[in-house]
Structure formats: structure tokens, C-alpha cells
Design a protein around this ligand. Structure first.
Ligand code: SAM
Ligand code: ZN
Length: 390
């Protein structure tokens, strides 16, 4: 039995919940019990997503916090979300388990159990028991997705964090191929490509268990990516859903890009605009990555909750909402202007001009200088040149 009195404790408050854990020097996986204050926004958004999901399901939901750490997710989910049944908090570290129990007691909560298993083993032993599975590991979630696919029940919610963004964004190509069986490409929209690679890998992995995904919300924030996936069951549905897997072909010379759905589809080799060789990224998810209806409900739900990151999360959720019906990939104004050797016109003017030309045009949470539009690259270049000369 570990004696908590041996540790100098730090106390923090998030939402309506108080948590204690051993004080540490800096955030790292070497901390005796892991707690990262920079993830509060992630946890606050999770509170809204799980509450929205619970209301949509209109029943009690049982939750699995698979990588508990201090237990902050599981404890907050039970403490701050209505309609929660049993919460299971799992962690491979016994010390983490001690603090998870301590934090359950600190918040006077019942109907929470603490477990000490390898994450995959825990899911395999509890097939079909959870309405929500939250995967928040160190680094990549990839090794745990098979067990999540095996365990997930129909009409459930799968939440996935990935902190190995350098692999997903293509800074290092091999780790992405190894972990996600997908080729990344480090373009100006690589964070979106990364999220699509992660979603595509989830879809392909779950399809082995005749389950498919609908992406409800996805965001790339600071050092991590996070997906909220609705899981449905059925082989026909899975076949249908996999039609969203495909490739992005990119020209680094003129910034042209195109998306082609299909795993074994033919992909163009050369750029139709300038004749340069195209670079391919994928397989990845080319379906929706933001669900307008779900995100609108989350924004409404934020009025009912006390969340420290309220302003920041509303900014992020509204940005995700705005981009929800836009095409895959975005253009980076500075990259295009650099290639044209002109200075960048004001962003508002660019948006107005693209719309005046009859195209859709929206901002994106992925980048403050990103444009999501159905206008082709040459049209955008002409608009930028015209605006710059005025
Ligand atoms: C990133 S931390 C979890 C953070 C926590 N969810 C939060 O929001 O603060 C990852 C945790 O996973 C645990 N862990 C590492 N490998 C594991 C495995 N194979 N199975 C279960 N837990 C594991 C670590 O002990 C650590 O507490
Ligand atoms: Zn080109």
C-alpha cells in the first residue's frame, strides 16, 4: 500500500472538480502521476462532447477513462456531466491508481471503479460495456485502437488524443507509415492532413470489427490532436463509410491539390496546372471532420457548465463549426503570396473578393491565415494579385 503522506501534494481545480497529485518539476511522462495543465481545454471540450452525446442518447452512459493518470477525466466526467452511470478509470501505474481513488474520495463520488491493467487488456475484458471510451495516452493511440474497435458498442462515443503530431504532420515520414500505415506530407495544411490520417486509421481499424465512424468534432491544438467519433455497427455501413478513405495529391510548385476517394483508386501523377510531379498523402479520411449539428449543441451546452477555458473553447468550437461544410485542405495566404512574390493583402478583403467571385470561402481553426474555399488555386492567385495591385 502506498502512503500518500510520503508525497508533497499539489491541488488544482478544473470545472467543479478538485484534484490532488504529487508535485513535479515539469510536465513529462516521468512525473510520478501525470497531470498536464495545458490539457484543461481538451478536458473542458470533452465535458461538453460527452454531455451532448448523453443528451442525444437520452439514457445513462457508462464511461471508460482508459489512461487515468491522476483520474481527472473520469472524476470530472462523473462529477460534471448529467446522466452518467458507472465510470471505470484504468491505468497501468499503481501509484496513479492510488491517486485516482484519492481524487474520487476527495470529490465524494460513488459508482467509480479503479483498475490496474494494460489498456488493451482492460478493453478486451470489458467488451460492449462502455458507451464512451476515452483514449488519452502518451504519444500515439495507434496500438490501442484494435482493442477499442473490438470493445466499442453500437451507438457509442470514442474519444482519441494523439500527441505524436510530428509523425501525423509528416515532420518524420517513417513513424507515420509505421504507426498509422499512411504516408504524411508536410504541407502548409499538414495539421489537417494529420487529423485526416488519424481519422482514416480509426475508420480502417474499426472496420475489421464491422464498425464504422462518424467524426463529430476534431481539433488540432498546441501539441496534440483530438477526435470525437460516433461508432456505429454493421458491415454494410462500414463498407459505405470506407468510401471516405482516399488520398490528397499536392503540387509543391504551384500549390494545386486534389482529393480522390477510394483505397485502390487511380491517383494522378502530374499537376494538371504546371506539369510538376504530384506528392501523395494517404490513405486518409476525406469525409466530414466537423459535424455542424453536434458542435452547435456543444456550444449551447457550454451555457450550462462552469468551465475555466470557456472563452478559448467557444472560440475554437465556433471556428470548427464555421469550417464544418468546407472542402478538405486549405490555402495558406502567406505561402501563395510568397510564391507570387507579392505582399499579402488584408484577409477580410481576400474573403470578400473570393465570395464576390461566386465561391465559398471560410476561415479554419487549423491556421489564422488559412482559407477553406472551393475556388481553384489559379483563381485565388488572380484575386491576390488584383488585390495587391489596388
Ligand atoms: C497522458 S497520461 C493520461 C492523462 C490523463 N488522461 C489526463 O487527462 O490528465 C497517460 C497515462 O497512461 C498510463 N499508461 C501508460 N501505458 C499504459 C498502458 N499500456 N495501459 C494503461 N495505462 C497506461 C500512464 O501511467 C499515464 O498515467
Ligand atoms: Zn503544379
Amino acid at each position: 500500500m502506498i502512503n500518500l503522506d510520503d508525497y508533497k501534494l499539489k491541488t488544482i481545480e478544473e470545472g467543479l472538480t478538485k484534484i490532488e497529485f504529487p508535485e513535479y518539476e515539469k510536465v513529462s511522462s516521468d512525473a510520478p502521476v501525470f497531470y498536464n495543465p495545458h490539457m484543461e481545454l481538451n478536458r473542458d471540450i470533452s465535458i461538453l462532447a460527452l454531455q451532448t452525446f448523453q443528451k442525444e442518447q437520452n439514457r445513462e452512459i457508462d464511461i471508460c477513462d482508459l489512461f487515468g493518470g491522476s483520474g481527472i477525466r473520469g472524476v470530472r466526467y462523473k462529477n460534471e456531466i448529467d446522466g452518467v452511470g458507472h465510470v471505470s478509470i484504468n491505468d497501468i501505474s499503481e501509484l496513479a491508481n492510488e491517486f485516482e481513488q484519492h481524487n474520487v474520495n476527495l470529490n465524494n463520488l460513488e459508482d467509480i471503479s479503479i483498475h490496474n491493467h494494460d489498456a488493451s487488456m482492460f478493453l478486451r475484458q470489458n467488451r460492449g460495456k462502455f458507451d464512451v471510451i476515452d483514449i488519452d495516452p502518451f504519444g500515439t493511440p495507434s496500438p490501442f485502437l484494435d482493442s477499442a474497435g473490438y470493445c466499442a458498442r453500437r451507438e457509442s462515443l470514442l474519444c482519441v488524443t494523439a500527441t505524436d503530431t510530428s509523425a501525423l504532420c509528416g515532420t518524420y515520414k517513417e513513424p507515420c507509415i509505421r504507426k498509422y500505415n499512411s504516408k504524411p506530407y508536410k504541407s502548409e495544411y499538414c495539421h489537417e492532413t494529420g487529423i485526416r490520417i488519424l481519422a482514416g486509421f480509426c475508420a480502417l481499424t474499426l472496420s475489421k470489427y464491422a464498425k464504422c465512424i462518424e467524426v463529430l468534432l476534431s481539433h488540432s491544438t498546441e501539441h496534440y490532436m483530438r477526435l470525437y467519433l460516433k461508432v456505429k455497427k454493421g458491415s454494410k455501413r462500414s463498407d459505405e463509410s470506407l468510401k471516405n478513405i482516399g488520398y490528397i495529391s499536392h503540387c509543391k510548385e504551384c500549390l494545386y491539390r486534389e482529393c480522390n476517394k477510394g483505397l485502390a483508386t487511380s491517383i494522378p501523377d502530374t499537376c494538371p496546372e504546371c506539369g510538376e510531379k504530384l506528392i501523395q498523402a494517404g490513405p486518409l479520411w476525406l469525409g466530414e471532420i466537423q459535424n455542424k449539428d453536434f458542435i452547435s449543441k456543444m456550444i449551447k451546452e457550454s451555457e450550462n457548465k462552469k468551465l475555466n477555458s470557456q472563452n478559448q473553447l467557444l472560440k475554437l468550437l465556433n471556428a470548427c463549426l464555421i469550417e464544418s461544410e468546407s472542402p478538405a485542405t486549405f490555402y495558406d495566404v502567406h505561402s501563395i503570396c510568397r510564391s507570387l512574390k507579392i505582399s499579402a493583402p488584408k484577409l477580410d478583403l481576400i474573403f470578400d473578393e473570393i465570395r464576390n467571385n461566386g465561391f465559398e470561402c471560410e476561415k479554419t481553426h487549423f491556421s489564422p491565415i488559412g482559407i477553406k474555399t472551393n475556388a481553384p488555386i489559379n483563381k485565388i492567385k488572380n484575386i491576390l494579385k488584383k488585390l495587391e495591385s489596388e
